[in-house]
Design a protein around this ligand. Structure first.
Ligand SMILES: [Zn+2]
Length: 415
């Protein structure tokens, strides 16, 4: 058992000064407020809980920074996707393992508490019939690094809206619903402590209604459910054409979308979709750096916030692995779009850094299923310690400073 005296700590209801925590086997056993330091306490400065990473395609880390040159006139998400397919098709199992270990290590060091791994490169290069080895490889990599994982095997059946058959480059992603359910059941036997499974549909482009219903019926009804949705304007247009509705509107009409669900991106929403998503208690998983890198668009945060919608962050393509940079990009994109400052905050919590951190922590934990987050009894004691240039700096300002400027430094710890 270890004990720590924290000058300030960010708890679920905001900042507290002089917090004493005791930790056993990396789990918070006790949190004391307005405490006095004890003899054996290790002393820490301003401490915030590590952040759940609610969306990852770990293999894409291998191409981060390598597609930043023009390859065609109208370079966009779709031309990037062609490059990404090339990478996916070159991956063998040992490369996937090496990339995953390095990427999960970076996540831990950057202050991510856990990861939701959205995995669709199912079939190994060595044996196209083998769709289990890659999943086991990623679970092993996360376990060895000590990063809790919500593993999300992805159902991927079509190339695009209208049930277009998969292209040659997408064949390694393909699973039938029977194979998917089989994979999920096999993985249930492989899980280590701090690991769990969720259900995942690639997107409305890649699966149909019947397949989704079959999978949801066959698998545990308390598992989280993740799906990419409305990331690109072209995707909204395709869905309108083939399903007769916008993607989020269609999903809500055909499925009971509730707190189990995480809608990844949800960038292009109309007013009605903003309201439906917010009311449902489902989480919008925003990936601000990747969405900026791919030219996806800007999430309508003011309207979503006014409707009290829940949102988390994910590092998605891992163009950069730093939670504070995701928040900076999110806030700056809103400033640029709405020509205002300090958009992501409210009357109760005017500090942008603190407001965003608490929102994404709570919703990210929900999207991760049962893994505990936050500085609270029973949660995993994964934290980030902030070191402002002036040690007397108020904690709210230190967190803002870390997000928006380079002066405040940080170290991530597993206590
Ligand atoms: Zn994604």
């Amino acid at each position: 058992m270890n004990s720590y005296f924290l000058q300030s700590a960010l708890l679920s209801d905001g900042w507290h000064r002089h917090v004493r925590v005791t930790v056993k086997d990396s789990i918070f056993e006790r949190i004391e407020l307005n405490a006095k330091p004890q003899d054996n306490d290790q002393s820490m400065t301003h401490v915030i809980p590590a952040m759940p990473n609610a969306h990852s395609h770990v293999f894409q880390r291998a191409m981060a920074g390598l597609s930043e040159f023009r390859s065609s006139e109208g370079d966009d998400f779709w031309s990037w996707r062609d490059l990404m397919y090339r990478l996916a098709n070159r991956l063998d199992t040992s490369t996937l393992y090496a990339v995953a270990k390095a990427c999960y290590t970076e996540m831990r060091q950057a202050g991510y508490a856990s990861v939701c791994e959205f995995h669709y490169v199912h079939r190994s290069r060595e044996d196209a019939q083998d769709f289990l080895t890659h999943s086991k490889t990623l679970l092993k990599a996360a376990d060895e690094v000590g990063l809790p994982i919500t593993f999300l095997p992805v159902l991927y059946a079509y190339a695009g809206a209208g049930e277009r058959p998969l292209s040659a480059e997408q064949k390694r992603f393909e699973l039938s619903t029977k194979e998917y359910i089989n994979l999920f059941k096999q993985l249930q036997k492989e899980l280590q402590p701090q690991q769990q499974l969720g259900i995942c549909f690639h997107s409305l482009r890649a699966v149909n209604q019947q397949q989704m219903q079959q999978v949801l019926k066959a698998l545990p009804n308390d598992a989280p459910v993740h799906i990419h949705i409305a990331e690109q304007q072209a995707e909204v247009e395709q869905t309108l054409k083939h399903l007769g509705q916008r993607p989020v509107a269609w999903l809500f009409e055909h499925f009971k979308v509730d707190k189990r669900w995480a809608l990844v991106h949800a960038t292009h929403l109309d007013e009605q979709e903003v309201s439906m998503l917010a009311k449902s208690g489902a989480v919008a998983v925003l990936c601000p750096l990747t969405e900026a890198n791919l030219g996806d668009g800007i999430f309508p945060m003011p309207a979503y916030q006014a409707a009290e919608g829940r949102w988390a962050i994910g590092s998605d393509s891992h163009i950069e692995i730093k939670p504070q940079q995701e928040f900076k990009m999110l806030e700056y994109s809103q400033r640029l779009k709405y020509q205002q400052r300090n958009v992501c905050c409210d009357e109760k919590q005017p500090h942008v850094g603190t407001w965003m951190w608490l929102q994404a922590l709570s919703a990210g934990s929900q999207a991760s299923g049962g893994i505990g987050h936050g500085i609270t009894k029973g949660s995993r004691a994964a934290v980030i310690e902030l070191f402002p240039e002036d040690p007397e700096k108020q904690a709210e300002l230190a967190l803002d400073d870390w997000v928006f400027s380079d002066r405040t430094q940080s170290i991530a710890h597993l206590l």
